[in-house]
Design a protein around this ligand. Structure first.
Ligand SMILES: [Zn+2]
Length: 192
């Protein structure tokens, strides 16, 4: 009988618990390997999802091409270096081409989750969100700003709970035009 990767993972956790002097058959720990595997599967469920699906449906709306932004979007992701969680909030937005159809507002948080639910670095996550908006929507530019606390920084190694990592990705006019970027930040801070 072939051993599945899932079986190898839970067997490995049981062996590790035993090596730590713990009893993996005790009532407290007997289901722990299975639960740990299920949690990891949930944290990486974004590999089964695609931003194109969420951004495929757009709707026409009368607008003149002003920024569309959603702020304070909570997320949880997993650092690819330690398999520890990082969590925080994101500001996601874009400036549509004047007259172009736009995405429903819930789609921006969904795009964030498609990528957050994968093994990640915050730098990469921030960039992937703007890349997806630019690829699947008619944009003149897009933005993603992320603030988050990393379990690997807070609880191990340097042990700095409360330290916040901030990353930004700007594309199009927000990258090329300092005034457009300044106006964008004024807009975001005036509404949060
Ligand atoms: Zn880490």
């Amino acid at each position: 009988m072939t051993t599945t990767p899932e079986q190898t993972y839970t067997d490995g956790l049981r062996a590790w618990l035993t090596a730590r002097g713990l009893d993996p058959t005790s009532p407290a720990l007997v289901d722990t390997p299975r639960r740990a595997l299920a949690a990891l599967a949930e944290f990486t469920s974004g590999y089964d999802d695609d931003p194109a699906v969420h951004l495929a449906r757009t709707f026409p709306v009368a607008h003149s091409g002003q920024p569309i932004i959603v702020t304070g979007v909570p997320f949880t992701s997993v650092c690819e270096h330690h398999l520890l969680l990082f969590h925080g909030t994101a500001t996601i937005g874009y400036q549509p081409t004047p007259g172009a159809s736009v995405a429903g507002l819930s789609k921006l948080p969904r795009v964030l989750d498609v990528y957050a639910r994968r093994l990640q670095t915050q730098e990469q996550l921030t960039q992937q969100v703007t890349d997806a908006l630019d690829k699947h929507l008619a944009t003149l530019g897009s933005v993603c700003l992320i603030r988050s606390e990393h379990g690997c920084l807070a609880h191990r190694g340097a042990r700095k709970p409360g330290a916040v990592m901030v990353t930004a990705s700007y594309t199009g006019l927000f990258l090329e035009n300092p005034q457009a970027r300044a106006d964008l930040h004024t807009l975001i801070s005036s509404t949060s």
